[in-house]
Design a protein around this ligand. Structure first.
Ligand SMILES: Cc1cc2nc3c(=O)[nH]c(=O)nc-3n(C[C@H](O)[C@H](O)[C@H](O)COP(=O)(O)OP(=O)(O)OC[C@H]3O[C@@H](n4cnc5c(N)ncnc54)[C@H](O)[C@@H]3O)c2cc1C
Length: 343
């Protein structure tokens, strides 16, 4: 028998950021990965303090960005790499009204730190009204982040490449492992979890393209009009992701590929080739807040889910809240507590 403080089920942002808290606090654990393509692994990696439709900010944005920067530096200390790319988002304006709105908001206390008042006009792309830069925005190097942490876990015997079988759990034992706590971080696959399959997550399917651009950008920005465009390597760029809250099948939806081609063609007027189309299912919640907490009967069984909106910022920030709750009895914020659904 093996004894551990924690079992983590899942391998997306929820699981990896929670694993980081355990590493930081020297807790023993194993993490189960089913080796499937998660929403996290197809994500763009954008770290954005704004809602770019209306130029507003959101709950805890400044605190979450600060906490992510600190966390990524901590992860660098044991994996040897910094995964945060400091390339700012440039929002391509649709018209003069948007510029006026942006200018007005740069004078508000809440937004002046995030909206750069100096506009730019960029080459290569169509941007007759220019672009506005989002201060403190950045991008996670998604592939490197997952490769870096999984290699570290593997080297420390903490990664189990196996789908967790719910029928094999008995009280605080799973096969040959005794655990103090178990944290389920399965994203949309939580629907197969008999302990938490009643949580209210809605699948929001997102597609993105990898495209080869015939004319490379001469700047290092993340461009945003309908979707995000940024360089991955050489002349290959990421463009996406779309949203679709309807229950869809596990295949590429051609109409979403078309939506992306149309979106990109609106501001990139040169030739491009599609290299790949990918998709994933975001675990979203009606109130757009994560879901944290424990099972009413099995009190050492925890859920960490609902990261469909701002998976990176929320996933990073609330991993510490959950850790403090489990280890030190810190109360969960009412906004994210699973108990908010018991009304
Ligand atoms: C196209 C697209 C672009 C996105 N872009 C961004 C972005 O730029 N910024 C941002 O912050 N967010 C973005 N997101 C959202 C974000 O990626 C997700 O909301 C978030 O990753 C959800 O993380 P998660 O860990 O909860 O779930 P997931 O990423 O779905 O991970 C859950 C994992 O658990 C595994 N698992 C499930 N059950 C088991 C089991 N029984 N045993 C073992 N393993 C199991 C699954 O295989 C899966 O790999 C994007 C999403 C999509 C689809």
């Amino acid at each position: 028998m093996k004894n551990v403080d924690y079992i983590i089920v899942g391998d997306g942002y929820a699981a990896y950021f929670f694993a980081h808290q355990l590493i930081l606090h020297q807790k023993s654990f194993v993490l189960f990965s089913a080796n499937k393509k998660s929403a996290s692994r197809v994500s763009a990696g954008i770290v954005n303090p704004l809602v770019l439709k209306k130029f507003t900010t959101f709950w805890l944005a400044a605190e979450q960005i600060e906490f992510l920067t600190k966390t990524i530096a901590e992860i660098e200390s044991y994996t040897g790499k910094n995964y945060l790319i400091n390339e700012r988002i440039h929002r391509i304006f649709h018209d003069e009204n948007e510029k006026t709105l942006w200018c007005g908001k740069t004078e508000t206390e809440e937004l002046k730190g995030f909206l750069n008042p100096a506009f730019e006009t960029l080459e290569i792309i169509k941007n007759p009204f220019g672009t506005g830069e989002v201060n403190h925005s950045a991008r996670l190097d998604v592939n490197a982040f997952f490769e870096g942490i999984s290699s570290y876990l593997e080297a420390n015997d903490r990664l189990i490449h196996e789908e967790f079988a719910y029928t094999k759990i008995q009280d605080s034992t799973y096969k040959n492992i005794n655990f103090k706590n178990i944290v389920f971080c399965e994203g949309m696959a939580v629907r197969a979890n008999p302990f938490f399959n009643d949580i209210q997550v809605i699948a929001n399917k997102g597609h993105h393209l990898k495209v080869k651009l015939s004319q490379k950008m001469n700047h290092h920005y993340t461009l945003k009009k309908k979707h995000f465009l940024f360089p991955l390597n050489n002349d290959v760029y990421y463009y996406g992701g779309t949203y679709d809250p309807n229950e869809r099948e596990n295949v590429i939806d051609d109409f979403k590929t078309e939506e992306l081609i149309t979106g990109l063609s609106e501001f990139y007027l040169h030739d491009f080739e599609i290299e790949e189309v990918n998709y994933g299912f975001r675990p979203t919640v009606k109130d757009r807040r994560p879901i944290l907490g424990n099972h009413p009967e099995h009190q050492n069984y925890y859920i960490y889910n609902g990261l469909g909106a701002r998976g990176i910022l929320n996933g990073c920030y609330f991993s510490k809240e959950l850790y403090e709750h489990i280890e030190n009895g810190k109360l969960l914020m009412a906004e994210v507590d699973i108990k908010r659904f018991n009304k």
